[in-house]
Ligand binder design. Structure first.
Ligand SMILES: [Zn+2]
Length: 247
């Protein structure tokens, strides 16, 4: 469990690089991290997940520029999700599949919140990875995974065609990716959770005057949240729902 959390911190640190560089079309590997304020290279002991942010009190050692809260939040969230995955699945292939999915979801959420885009370079390989993960773990059969891609993507295709905007192609590819990992039944639950969460927050934001009726609210983070909930509890929720109606 501790190993899973530490592994999550390290991956979370890498996901911060993904969130900062993928939208700018920069390499993930070169050059090493540097301060956006003074360009100084960040030495390893200033790059330790969570601890360095706390030790530096969120500021660059040289120029004092503020380090965004996004960095520790992404690291802590990834670590918590990895811990949860280990608690649910133990040291199994399912853990690897779950860790991969939550990593993709954290990166997509960070990028969608900042740029209102879901990059194809993450979601499209994510669809393939989800299908392979389903083959490898047998938690979801290959048929359920293939149907999941069609149902997850298709639901958004219908929404896009029916609404003429509002939802983007990025949401459709993310839906397909979630379907590949979770299967067609659980991905329907994911979309349902996302719509409820997104709708509730939209109503709250508009009612409180923080957002206007026409301001765009990215849907990716809600899908990602729905995906994480479904990953851990979806099968049980679907079974409970079906049993309830069969009884
Ligand atoms: Zn600096």
């Amino acid at each position: 469990m501790i190993l899973a959390v530490v592994f999550g911190l390290v991956i979370g640190s890498f996901l911060n690089v993904v969130i900062a560089r993928v939208p700018a079309h920069k390499s993930l590997w070169k050059p090493g991290s540097s301060c956006p304020g003074c360009d100084a290279a960040i030495v390893w002991h200033d790059n330790v997940p969570l601890l360095s942010f706390a030790a530096l009190r969120g500021r660059c050692r040289r120029c004092g520029i503020t380090i965004p809260w996004r960095y520790p939040i992404v690291e802590a969230t990834t670590a918590a999700l990895f811990g949860l995955a280990h608690w649910q699945f133990g040291a199994t292939p399912e853990f690897v599949s779950a860790a991969l999915l939550v990593s993709l979801l954290v990166a997509i959420t960070g990028i969608d919140l900042q740029h209102q885009i879901i990059p194809d370079v993450i979601s499209l390989p994510g669809i393939v990875a989800g299908f392979i993960a389903s083959l490898a773990t047998a938690r979801v059969s290959w048929m359920e995974s293939a149907l999941g891609i069609m149902v997850g993507g298709g639901t958004f295709l219908v929404i896009i065609l029916a609404s003429g905007g509002g939802m983007g192609g990025g949401d459709m590819k993310l839906g397909a990716m979630l379907g590949a990992f979770l299967g067609w039944k659980v991905v329907l639950l994911t979309i349902f959770i996302a719509v409820v969460l997104g709708g509730a927050l939209a109503v709250a934001l508009i009612a409180s005057g923080l957002r206007g009726r026409k301001d765009p609210i990215p849907f990716g983070p809600f899908l990602a949240a729905g995906g994480a909930v479904s990953l851990f509890w979806g099968e049980r929720m679907v079974r409970w729902y079906l049993d309830g109606f069969a009884a």
